[in-house]
Each structure stands twice: as C-alpha cells, then as structure tokens.
Write a protein that binds this ligand. Structure first.
Ligand code: NAD
Length: 303
C-alpha cells in the first residue's frame, strides 16, 4: 500500500477510506514551498486541491512520487509536463464539482437579477428599507437568453438547469459543436455576445481575457456577466468600466485575478455579487471528490 501526503483539505470520509484500504496517510496542510520540499521525499502519492503549488523544485524533491492527485478541476497549480516527464502521473477529479459550480452560477444570476446580495449588504448597513425596495425592481430569469461560453461539464449542467427555469440557452464553444442537450443552440462568439441577456463563462484558464473592452461593447445594454471559471478570463478593469458606464446591469464573480486578494473595487461594487471561489464548496462536491480520489488510488496502487 502507499504512503500518501494530503496537502490540502479533503473530505474526512475519504481519509478514513484511504486508511481502511491500508494506506499510510499523512495530512499536512498549509505548508510553505520549503516545508513541502522537505516533507515530500518519502511519499508515493500527493493529494492537493488548488492551494498547494506543485512546482519543479517540489517535483525534483519527490523521489518516490508516482501520482499527484488534484481534487478538483484546474491543474494550473501543478507543473504537469515536468511531473509527467519524471514519470509521475497527474490526475484530477474533473466531474465531481460540476453540479455545484452550475448551481452557484445560477444562484448568482438570481442574486444579481433580484438584488439579493446587494439588499443584504444595504440592509445590514442600516439603509432605509423603503429606499432599497424602490431601487431594487428586479428581473425574472424565465424567458431571458442565457449565453454559455464553454459548453463542457459545468456549462452543460448549467444549461440543463437554465432550460428547466424557462430560459432560452445559446452556447459558444471553441471545440464543441454539439453539446447533446435538446434546447441548446450553438452560435458564434459574436452572436452570443449580442444576443445573451446573461453571459456565463465555463472555460479553462486562458492566457489573456476572453471578455475585454471590445467584447463588452458588443453585448446588449443591460447584460449580466457571471464568472465562476477562472480569474482573468474576464478583464477586471474592463468589467469595472462596463459596470460604471451602465452598459451592464450587473455581474457576479467567484474567481478573481490575484486570489486570495481580489480587487476591492470589484468586491465593493454595488452591482456585483461576489463569493470567494466557492464553486466546488458543497458537501456533495467534497464527497464526490473524495470518492474519485479513492478510485484513482485504487487504479494506481491496486485496491
Ligand atoms: P470542461 O473542460 O469540461 O469544459 C470547458 C469547455 O470550454 C470545453 O467544452 C472546451 O471545448 C471549451 N473551451 C476551451 N477553451 C475555450 C475558449 N477559448 N473559448 C470557448 N470555449 C473554450 O471544464 P469544466 O469542468 O466545465 O470547467 C470549466 C471551468 O470551471 C474551468 O476553468 C475550471 O477551472 C472552472 N471551475 C471553477 C470552480 C470554482 O470553484 N469556481 C470549480 C470547478 C471548476
């Protein structure tokens, strides 16, 4: 059985199951890169979420490592090619959190359209009840057009839920031409920008923003943008301009450039609903991530 180093928080059930399978499990979270380099040598498996960075020096120190398992989707915190070049497998649990992220994106749509986050904040500040009510006439999601950029695992989960709410769903994807969901119409990027009432991004991290000044200009007046994908897929300065100019009705952001220190102008913006990267933070997603980790360990080390 294997020596497993758990570097970020994972479900306690998964840890119990690993031990029951006979693995030796050490949980050590919040290590500095130096501590990690010192700790990693004897371990054959390493389990991380997004917080721990597995860069070249850590991989060089990991002389016994057979697999790095990322509980979650994005593997940008791991030097994947380098690890693989050293014969170390890099695996993730891509589907485990999709329903949770889709539900959060929907929650944010309701929040922006019905001023839920904004009202909570204003009422707690002691603002006049009637004034808030007067200034918070919302919109219904039903009948509106949702534009999904990136119709992969999360995009599809969101599409199904939006259709059930009576929304019209259009999607643009750089690679997928048929999402296999009745009721979703694939369109070009520009068509999506000009037709959608709400745009939700579900693409991997990109080198440069997919949505910037030019794209905001092509959107409907009063559009809403939701980013639960990765910080940087939306240009945050351009987003602030589009909010302040009145081009956008609102925005919702779960993922920020510079996490865990998001731009205060965005966090404090009255038209923005924010969460601190909570997409996968549900009991159900954590349990499913744990189950997938056990499955990977069984594949790599035998059950
Ligand atoms: P996925 O790989 O299943 O789907 C991504 C889709 O985007 C694919 O269909 C792909 O063809 C498409 N795509 C790639 N580049 C594109 C581009 N430039 N333009 C248009 N389409 C493009 O991924 P997923 O599991 O659905 O995850 C989507 C995003 O959600 C990722 O960025 C992931 O990191 C993020 N995520 C966030 C949280 C959170 O806590 N907020 C949790 C899980 C995942």
């Amino acid at each position: 059985m294997a020596k497993i180093l758990v570097c970020d928080k994972i479900s306690p059930t998964a840890i119990e199951r690993m031990k029951a399978l006979g693995h030796e499990v050490v949980v050590k979270t919040g290590m500095t890169p130096e501590e990690l380099i010192e700790t990693v040598p004897p371990f054959e498996a390493m389990i991380v979420r997004s917080a721990t960075k597995v860069r070249v020096p850590v991989i060089d120190a990991a002389k016994n490592l057979k697999v790095i398992i990322r509980g979650g989707v994005g593997i940008d915190n791991i030097d994947v090619d380098y690890a693989r070049s050293k014969g170390i497998e890099v695996r993730n649990t891509p589907a485990a959190s999709s329903p949770s992220v889709a539900e959060l994106a929907l929650g944010h749509m309701f929040s922006v359209y019905r001023f839920i986050a904004a009202s909570t904040w204003r009422m707690r500040q002691g603002e006049d009840f009637k004034k808030i009510k007067k200034e918070s006439q919302g919109r219904e999601l039903a009948g509106k057009t949702l534009g999904i950029i990136g119709i992969g695992r999360i995009g599809k989960e969101l599409a199904k839920r939006a259709l059930a709410l009576g929304m019209k769903v259009i999607a643009y994807d750089a690679y997928v031409t048929d999402p296999g969901i009745e009721g979703v119409t694939m369109v070009s990027f520009d068509e999506l920008l000009s037709q959608a009432d709400i745009i939700s991004l579900h693409v991997p991290k990109t080198d440069k923003p997919i949505i910037g000044r030019e794209e905001f200009a092509k959107m409907k007046d009063g559009a809403v943008i939701i980013n639960t994908a990765r910080g940087g897929v939306v240009d945050e300065d351009a987003l602030l301009e589009a909010l302040d100019s009145g081009k956008l009705y609102g925005a919702a952001i779960d993922v920020f450039v510079g996490e865990p220190n998001p731009k205060p102008e965005l966090v404090n913006h009255p038209k923005v609903s924010v969460t601190p990267h909570l997409g996968a933070s549900t009991n159900e997603a954590q349990e499913r991530i744990g189950e997938e980790i056990i499955k990977i360990l069984n594949e790599v080390f035998g059950s």
